[in-house]
Design a protein around this ligand. Sequence first.
Ligand code: G3P
Length: 223
Amino acid sequence: MRTPAIVLNFKTYPEILGKKGWDLAKRFASVADDTGASIVLAPPTADLARTAKLVHIPVFGQHVDAVEPGQTTGWTPPEALLEAGAAGTLINHSERKVAWEEMAIVIPRCRALGLEVIACADDLAEAETLAKLSPEYIAIEPPELIGGDVSVTTAKPEVVSGAVARIQTANPKVTVLCGAGVRTRKDVAKALELGTSGVLLASGVIRAKDPEKALRDLVKGLR
Ligand code: G3P
C-alpha cells in the first residue's frame, strides 16, 4: 500500500455486512479517486472476494490463519486471501489475537505470497516484539481506546511516538500506523506528526451518519 494511508477496518458492524458493505466500498473507492488519497479497505472475510472485485483500491483481510491449504475446514490460510483478491491482511487485532508462534509461521508465508501484513499491537512491548517478525506494518492500538470518542493521538500521544521510536530501533524496515478512536482530519494529521505513516480506523467512518463524508474529512489530514 502507498503511504501515508488510511486503513478502514469494516469489522463486522451491521452497517457493512453484505450488499451494504459492497456499496460503501464503492463509495470509499470514489473518495480515493477524487482525492488521490491512499485508502485500504478491510471487509469481513465473507465479503472480501466480492469487495476486491468491485473496487480497484487495496483490499485486506481482517485475519489470517497459520494453516496450509487442505484439510483445514473453517480456517483462512493466506493462499485463500490471495485467491480472493486480497493485497494484504491484518493480523493480531485486539479483537482477534493470535499466538506469537502462529505469527512467526504465517507472516513469512504472507511475504512469500506477496501479501502485505499489518500486525496490530496493544502496547509498546508487544509492538517491539512484533517488529522482530518483520511485518510490513505495525499498528499500535490501545484496546481501551478502540471504539471510543477520543483519539489515541490525543489521549496517548506518547504511546504513538514511543511505538515509532521503539519499532524503528527494533526493525527500521517496519512502517508504523496507529489506531483507536481516530475520527477527524486533525487526528490523522496528528498521527503523521507523531511519526506514523497512517491510521487504522473503524467506527469513525463505518458508524458515521454519512460514512463517505466522514472519510472525505479524514483524508484531508493526510496532506
Ligand atoms: O482496527 C481499527 C480499530 O480497532 C479502531 O477502531 O472504532 O476506534 O476506529 P475505532
